[in-house]
Write a protein that binds this ligand. Structure first.
Ligand SMILES: Cc1ncc(COP(=O)(O)O)c(C=O)c1O
Length: 388
């Protein structure tokens, strides 16, 4: 069954002329992004917590100066994101990976302000490298709270048998030698209540460990910029944790930064009639929106409506390269532009050139001023350059 999509508000894109950009193209509304950033900066200011942008979700670095104006830095998933964070963004670079390559650790230590390890053994193995860097690096250990509260085990790092984080009960004072903080990440598109439930579950143990520590990082998955998110409750929670434990709190949302900020524009290339209409687009689920197949979910279509159902699919050879069934006023003509909503996060960062399908161009639009700039177009060399 396809997952529910929480986002999908067209916002200002309802009045964006899709013909203004090449096809396919990701278009990000920087005014909407700034609204989200203001919400997150307000949480940061009023809670005393530090909020970082998770680059794995959204790393359109053209907008790094804007992101850095509001947030305190970035959270990276390894060497390359850490380098992008250091090169393009301001503030803290925090790096967490479930597995570090030994030959990358010196460079990671040269780039990162926080380095978080998945296990005590990895921390012990790499601590000398961090010390040799001569930099004041905060060392973190990721724990697994062991309370799965997600709808889908695939997106729940607290699911039984998970490889992500050391079970909290296994973390004792010895495991914390050289450690400044604890990190957890188990939420996915969730409201405040699962975070509160996890805190109830872990608080007794965290209170015992807190005297050895400086901070706690509650990871991402907090859908803070969704209209119905309990932001006042989050602020009160973060303040309470700091008051009770003396620990500084960190959050590292990704999706919440770019929620409802971008669309993926495409065009109809052909129509195949087979038990209903199949429109072939220059957008491919597998190449451009792989979560559509992986999750799976059905992305919202800009301006959907009518009584003609049409299956939309990609140009690739994959039979399952199907985006979904959508209602149109009539079977769309060849060349018709379409756009999928809420594609700024976890799509642009996941694209591939399978089948030699063209990568979408990247554009920034400002819905306040109507200024549009196409910042990147991809060509044959981008495809060829990834192969040899
Ligand atoms: C360690 C970590 N931090 C932060 C995030 C960002 O999560 P989200 O984009 O759901 O806020 C993720 C997502 O997988 C993650 O694994």
């Amino acid at each position: 069954m396809a997952m529910q999509t929480f986002a999908g508000d067209p916002g200002a894109f309802a009045r964006f002329d899709l013909a203004r950009v090449p096809s396919p193209c990701f278009v990000v509304d920087e005014a909407r992004l700034e609204q989200n950033l203001r919400v997150l900066a307000d949480i940061q200011a009023r809670s005393g917590a530090t909020v970082l942008c998770a680059l794995k979700a959204f790393s359109m670095w053209e907008l790094a100066p804007l992101v850095s104006r509001y947030l305190s830095g970035v959270c990276a998933s390894g060497l390359w994101e850490a380098r992008l964070g250091r090169e393009e963004y301001g503030g803290i670079v925090e790096t967490y990976s479930a597995g570090y390559k030994p030959d990358e650790m010196t460079e990671i230590a040269g780039l990162s302000d926080h380095i978080i390890f998945n296990t005590q053994a990895a921390k012990d193995r790499f601590l000398p490298v961090l010390q040799a860097s001569g930099r004041d690096i905060h060392v973190g250990l990721r724990f697994n709270p062991g309370l799965p509260l997600g709808d889908d085990a695939k997106y729940d790092p607290a699911a039984p048998g998970s490889r992500l984080g050391t079970p909290l009960e296994k973390i004792d004072a010895a495991a914390l030698a050289g450690v400044d903080g604890l990190h957890m990440h188990t939420l996915c598109e969730q409201d405040l209540s699962p975070l509160l439930a996890i805190w109830e579950h872990i608080a007794p143990r965290i209170r015992t460990l807190a005297p050895h520590l400086k901070w706690i990082n509650f990871g991402g998955g907090h859908h803070i910029t969704r209209a119905d998110y309990d932001r006042e409750g989050l602020i009160a929670f973060l303040r309470r944790v700091t008051e009770e434990t003396g620990l500084h709190c960190y959050l590292e949302p990704g999706e919440a930064v770019a929620l409802d900020c971008g669309i993926l524009v495409g065009a109809v290339l052909d129509v195949v009639e087979n038990d209903g209409a199949n429109a072939i687009l220059d957008i491919s689920a597998t190449c451009h929106m792989p979560d559509v197949i992986e999750a799976p979910y059905r992305p919202a279509l800009l301006g959907e409506g009518g009584d003609t159902p049409v299956r939309l699919g990609g140009p690739s050879c994959l039979a399952g390269d199907v985006i979904g069934r959508y209602d149109f006023g009539a079977v769309p003509a060849i060349g018709t532009r379409v756009a999928f909503l809420d594609q700024a996060h976890y799509s642009m960062v996941k694209t591939t050139t399978f089948n030699g399908v063209r990568l979408p161009a990247l554009a920034v639009w400002n819905s306040d001023t109507d200024a549009l700039r196409v910042i990147r177009k991809f060509d044959y060399n981008d495809f060829k350059g990834r192969l040899s």
